[in-house]
Design a protein around this ligand. Structure first.
Ligand code: IPE
Ligand code: IPE
Ligand code: MG
Length: 248
């Protein structure tokens, strides 16, 4: 029996976020260049997107490139950017077939023009799809996003369009790049690192966190099901007591 058969459909996360980590180490273990790891990570993306779409999950956010990743060696950055262009191009038919809508969050203006164009093309082409929303976090960091929101709110207060006393959680959230996307119920990170690395700091406030030692290229649909089952075994208390939850 596959893990899939044990999943309770009614208790799936509405939004799943993933830090896809460990491509470099996966390649190194095989005596290969880091970029080979990134190339093999694309298959794991395919499996995860398909798996999430088949299960009926509404949102899947994948951390693909962080603001801090711009500090990597130039050849790796270039390799990642061309892989991105290639993957967006090659995967568009699969996104269409699976009724997936593509979105992107992050400082997209800092991406090379070719990446931005391809990305926008696929965002436009998939805009009418009604299944899974796939959110790519590109040149993303949560502190960048939060400071960006704070700046926009400050401008509105300064110009008189917004009163300081009206600034609340929902106004703040509407200025984040994730505006309109619900908070993730579950966040998965591969590669054995137990940290958040500047990913969705605000949005993960009450998310369940799941860490696996697998390197990202080894992540499969079956591993996705395993993580979802683990999530379903947890009690989400949101500050309440277990008794309060069970009485209701
Ligand atoms: C994740 O894998 C992909 C990106 C950050 C772009 P890494 O490239 O970080 O792989 P490790 O962590 O060095 O093994
Ligand atoms: C986090 O991975 C960013 C992405 C997966 C895109 P990193 O490999 O960059 O994270 P750190 O630097 O090890 O925390
Ligand atoms: Mg890493």
């Amino acid at each position: 029996m596959s893990f899939k058969d044990k999943i309770i459909k009614e208790r799936l996360p509405n939004h799943l976020a993933i830090i896809m980590d460990g491509n470099g180490r996966w390649a190194k273990m095989r005596g290969e260049h880091r970029i080979i790891g990134h190339q093999n990570g694309v298959e794991a993306v395919r499996q995860t997107v398909e798996g999430a779409a088949e299960l009926g999950i509404s949102y899947l956010t994948l951390y693909a490139f962080s603001t801090e990743n711009w500090n990597r060696p130039q050849d790796e950055i270039l390799g990642l950017m061309s892989l991105l262009v290639e993957a967006i191009e090659n995967e568009t038919p699969t996104l269409m077939k699976n009724n997936v809508r593509l979105k992107a969050i992050g400082d997209l203006e800092s991406l090379p023009e070719e990446v931005r164009e391809k990305l926008q093309g696929t965002i436009d082409n998939t805009a009418k799809n009604t299944g899974l929303t796939l959110v790519l976090a590109l040149s993303y960091s949560s502190r960048w996003e939060i400071m960006n929101a704070v700046g926009k709110i400050a401008e509105k207060v300064h110009s008189g369009d917004l009163a300081p006393e009206d600034v609340n959680e929902s106004i703040f959230e509407s200025h984040l790049t994730t505006s309109g996307i619900p908070d993730p119920e579950l966040m998965i990170r591969t590669s054995g690192e137990n940290r958040i690395s500047n990913f969705l700091l605000w949005q993960l406030a009450y998310s369940e966190l799941y860490f696996t030692d697998l390197f990202w290229p080894d992540f499969t649909k079956e591993e996705l099901y395993k993580a979802l089952l683990n999530y379903q075994s947890r009690e989400r208390r949101f500050g309440k007591t277990s008794e309060q939850l069970n009485d209701n």
